[in-house]
Ligand binder design. Structure first.
Ligand SMILES: *[C@@H]1O[C@H](CO)[C@@H](O)[C@H](O)[C@H]1NC(C)=O
Ligand SMILES: *[C@@H]1O[C@H](CO)[C@@H](O)[C@H](O)[C@H]1NC(C)=O
Ligand SMILES: *[C@@H]1O[C@H](CO)[C@@H](O)[C@H](O)[C@H]1NC(C)=O
Ligand SMILES: *[C@@H]1O[C@H](CO)[C@@H](O)[C@H](O)[C@H]1NC(C)=O
Ligand SMILES: *[C@@H]1O[C@H](CO)[C@@H](O)[C@H](O)[C@H]1NC(C)=O
Ligand SMILES: *[C@@H]1O[C@H](CO)[C@@H](O)[C@H](O)[C@H]1NC(C)=O
Ligand SMILES: *[C@@H]1O[C@H](CO)[C@@H](O)[C@H](O)[C@H]1NC(C)=O
Length: 226
């Protein structure tokens, strides 16, 4: 059960996408010249500051996440491509912080709780637009597309919580590793992570900051899934 729900996040190799700035801070997202070749504001992303979402847990999420910074500390999560804002790396979701609250078991709608705890996660990774295992019997969590923007549980937003960051243990009511619930974007000042580490600062991560969605001052790159 547990392993079947843990998602395989496929990482885009970052060695060719990360550029070091003169002051040593790694630049990502909005100011990343290395992504020029695919910078393409297609305008079809689904990026809302609050709403309903589905949630799962991932194990392989510490090294080389798609926002360019290896894990240091604090609860982190990947989001589906339609929300992430890129089909490769450095999406507009990078560095944004969300309060997430579990309210329902997707597999046992009659489950009345306890549902687990709300926590605040920082997005640092992309959950690619295909279903998790390639097994048609498994739910499609992250495979939302422009033409089909809802996943198996009718959610346009999905968070895949990074278990090694502690997020899964703090969020899910055991033994569950998948829930439905709600999300709301919040200031990263509320996130208990690598505060004081400039590369883990606000939305789009340092050195950038952007207002809550739907503002996308860090921009979106590449095209959303068709
Ligand atoms: C990105 O585009 C800018 C402006 O056209 C250019 O100066 C820069 O060299 C490009 N970067 C890369 C990595 O192609
Ligand atoms: C992340 O960790 C890997 C493996 O240790 C390393 O090769 C890579 O350079 C690190 N990336 C950054 C951005 O520090
Ligand atoms: C999951 O992926 C498999 C293989 O790519 C595909 O056949 C199946 O239809 C997908 N299932 C869902 C629910 O999208
Ligand atoms: C696909 O998922 C079903 C349901 O969980 C499972 O019984 C089956 O063994 C899986 N198939 C593969 C190839 O993993
Ligand atoms: C998703 O919405 C469709 C259309 O309203 C409905 O038929 C289906 O039961 C819903 N699926 C879930 C898992 O709620
Ligand atoms: C990141 O946040 C820390 C602590 O609030 C602050 O000292 C630092 O100047 C910020 N860095 C950037 C690049 O905004
Ligand atoms: C991302 O989308 C661009 C078009 O905007 C395309 O050229 C590129 O191949 C895509 N990259 C991936 C990894 O799908």
């Amino acid at each position: 059960m547990k392993s079947s729900l843990a998602l395989a996040i496929i990482f885009v190799p970052l060695s060719t996408l990360v550029v070091a700035s003169p002051n040593g801070i790694v630049h990502r997202g909005c100011d990343d010249g290395a992504a020029n070749n695919s910078k393409n504001k297609c305008g079809d992303w689904v990026q809302k500051p609050k709403g309903q979402a589905s949630f799962t847990s991932a194990e392989d999420c510490v090294l080389a996440p798609s926002c360019g910074q290896n894990f240091t500390s604090g609860f982190t999560a990947a989001v589906n491509e339609l929300a992430f804002g890129s089909n490769h790396s450095f999406g507009d979701a990078c560095g944004r912080c969300f309060k997430i609250t579990p309210t329902k078991d997707p597999f046992s709608p009659k489950f009345t709780g306890p549902f687990g705890n709300h926590i605040i996660v920082k997005v640092n990774n992309l959950c690619l637009p295909h279903n998790d295992s390639g097994n048609a019997s498994q739910p499609n969590w992250c495979g939302q597309t422009v033409s089909n923007p809802l996943n198996t549980f009718n959610m346009s937003m999905h968070f895949d919580l990074c278990a090694p960051s502690g997020a899964s243990a703090a969020f899910f009511p055991p033994p569950r590793l998948a829930m439905l619930g709600k999300f709301q974007e919040v200031s990263c000042n509320e996130w208990k992570g690598s505060q004081g580490n400039p590369v883990w600062n606000g939305s789009c991560m340092a050195p950038a900051n952007a207002p809550f969605w739907p503002a996308t001052s860090c921009g979106n790159e590449g095209c959303p899934p068709p």
